[in-house]
Design a protein around this ligand. Structure first.
Ligand code: MG
Length: 224
């Protein structure tokens, strides 16, 4: 039975392994994939946008985006982290409502659905007209969920700057998934994450920790 609790999932490096996205960028820009990956790691470690790595290789990189998208061809099943679909099912089985709301082009919505990612609510930043870490993104997300108590909403993402910190500021329960370059290089200096996990499998195992049962009250999993 569904509770009033939501788990909202990010896409890049949460549900989707972005290896092929950035391999495609390297191929289109005509540089070794290793060069782009290492440059991106340097930018992330310095707190700079990853797009600075693209700009370092090609100042006109944003004019190549359409070419990259054609070569990439959209998300494929092999881009999903192996635990992605399992986690959606596991969270639902735990009585939680599941949404996917992330910084992505609008076309990713239909692509994810074709791969079997079918949450109760799905929205991409391009369609919303607002992106993380803007507080308006999280306000729009709460609107899409029907304005639940923000404390009853977990936001799961790999980045401290775009996911953990702004989700905490919006009153949501941030879950930091520590995989991918951002998840491994960032530091949660403010201790904003309500929960840190290494995988979505671990999230399913530990999601109950987000809403511990109130002593003498009803358990988290049965609280409407
Ligand atoms: Mg991400």
């Amino acid at each position: 039975m569904a509770t009033g609790r939501w788990v909202v999932l990010d896409v890049g490096e949460t549900l989707i392994d972005e290896t092929r996205v950035f391999a495609t960028w390297a191929d289109v820009l005509g540089v070794p994939r290793f060069t782009l990956a290492a440059l991106m790691g340097g930018m992330i470690a310095r707190g700079q946008p990853f797009s600075d790595a693209l700009a370092a290789l090609a100042p006109d990189w944003h004019q190549r985006a359409d070419e990259v998208e054609r070569a990439f061809g959209g998300f494929a099943a092999s881009d999903l982290y192996p635990d992605a679909l399992r986690a959606l099912a596991g969270l639902r089985a735990a009585g939680l409502r599941v949404a996917v709301i992330a910084n992505q082009p609008a076309v990713r919505d239909a692509q994810l659905r074709l791969l079997g990612v079918e949450p109760e609510v799905m929205a991409m930043s391009e369609a919303l007209g607002v992106a993380k870490p803007d507080p308006a993104f999280f306000a729009a997300a709460l609107d899409l969920l029907g304005r639940p108590d923000p404390g009853h909403v977990a936001y799961v993402g790999d980045r401290v700057d775009n996911d953990v910190r702004p989700a905490a500021a919006a009153g949501l329960r941030p879950v930091w998934i520590r995989r991918g370059p951002w998840g491994l290089l960032h530091r949660d200096d403010g201790g904003d994450a309500a929960l840190e996990v290494r995988s979505l499998d671990e999230l399913v195992d530990r999601v109950g920790e987000l809403w511990p049962p109130v002593p003498g009250g009803r358990g988290a999993a049965s609280t409407a």
